[in-house]
Write a protein that binds this ligand. Structure first.
Ligand SMILES: [Zn+2]
Ligand SMILES: [Zn+2]
Length: 369
């Protein structure tokens, strides 16, 4: 089992990656060359085996008030009971088979500022490559839910594009963070205060057949939940720095009101450094979990997360739901996003969503709230 933090090489090599020397993917059905962004072969119409999670629905759905089934809103409020309007991002559940996730508003926030974007890149001759992006909009920034959405989408598309072009997962990951940063930076700032731009944190995972390639900026996390569970990311936060410096213990650091202050983000004013990168080679089967702090605040320990995820929920989506339920049972103080992929990656088996989650809300010690 090895993990190494790459001194991420930065720079212009990502630009021009589409230059003529690249190997372009071919249609698995007819062999015609296709562009990496194509979903279908222009020659024969074959599905090019890239599956993406759906964006949030346009329709907001039923009123948040459980006593009200109204679905019409005016000026952001239910026009029957006056509750704040429902939002499709209140609860997102996405299941692509080898990767599935949940994003939930939680119980205390008025909207879900987290987002996730998933993909599975199929391969006719080998296992598929699941791709995970989890973003958490920075609460103090302007319209953080737009920053997380823009970052997640831009990163996912860049990862799909680069991986289908045959780029290695590390350079694909670095390029995805650059694209996400550009996408967030391109959003207009607060018209009332132009210094207040938009900002999001982000983690990405490329679930390869031999290794997991993890990228991150900010304090969303990735965990390996296998025989020896462990965290694969180190928070870009005040607490994370104090712990890595050896200045404070984890327990001490998280008692500080500064604990969650992030030191890196995507968007205007962000430090220019390339994203953090880690490559992890599992030595046996397991799950990879990408999550926002709305989950890990309640269950920070990798062993505890592995224990909770081993509950036999009958599918990745049900297991992700069960993890999110632990945070909701604990108070749902923040937005919660939990995405799981199985390793080694297997061929898609959609339909796991239909299985019922048994909610395992075993209290876990060591919460930071
Ligand atoms: Zn074709
Ligand atoms: Zn209502």
């Amino acid at each position: 089992m090895t993990e190494r933090e790459e001194p991420a090489e930065h720079g212009p090599e990502h630009e021009g990656a589409a230059a003529g020397s690249q190997t372009w993917p071919t249609c698995p059905s007819c062999g015609a060359e296709v562009a990496p962004e194509d979903g279908y072969c222009e020659e024969c119409g074959a599905d090019l085996l890239v599956r993406r999670s759906e964006p949030p629905a346009a329709d907001p759905g039923a009123c948040r008030n459980p006593q009200c089934s109204n679905t019409s809103y005016a000026d952001g409020y239910c026009d029957q009971c006056g509750s704040p309007a429902a939002d499709p991002r209140d609860r997102l559940e996405r299941d692509l088979g080898p990767v599935a996730g949940v994003s939930d508003r939680g119980l205390r926030h008025s909207r879900n500022e987290d987002d996730m974007a998933l993909a599975v890149i199929g391969d006719r001759d080998g296992p598929p490559t699941p791709v995970i992006v989890v973003c958490d909009g920075v609460s103090a920034s302007y319209k953080p839910e737009t920053a997380s959405a823009a970052a997640a989408l831009a990163a996912r598309e860049q990862l799909v594009l680069a991986l289908r072009r045959g780029e290695n997962p590390q350079s694909a990951t670095l390029a995805a963070f650059e694209e996400a940063h550009k996408a967030v930076s391109a959003l207009p700032p607060d018209p009332a205060d132009e210094t207040n731009g938009r900002a999001s944190t982000m983690v990405t995972v490329v679930v390869g057949a031999r290794e997991l390639t993890v990228g991150w900026v900010g304090d969303a996390r990735v965990y390996w939940l296998g025989a020896e569970p462990r965290r694969l990311t180190a928070d870009d936060s005040w607490a994370g720095r104090m712990i890595s410096d050896g200045t404070l213990t984890e327990e001490e650091a998280f008692k500080s009101p500064l604990a969650h202050t992030i030191l890196r983000w995507l968007g205007p004013g962000a430090p220019e450094d390339p994203a953090n990168l880690a490559v992890f080679e599992p030595d046996g089967p397991g799950l990879v979990l990408a999550c926002s702090d709305g989950l890990w605040n309640y269950v920070p320990d990798a062993d505890d997360l592995a224990h909770l995820a081993s509950g036999g929920f009958g599918g990745l989506l049900a297991t992700a739901s069960a993890l999110a339920a632990v945070a909701l049972e604990g108070g749902g103080h923040d937005n919660i996003t939990a995405v799981l992929a199985a390793w080694p990656p297997r061929a898609p088996e959609p339909g796991a969503a239909e299985q019922t989650a048994e909610i395992n809300a075993t209290p876990v010690e060591g919460t930071h709230l």
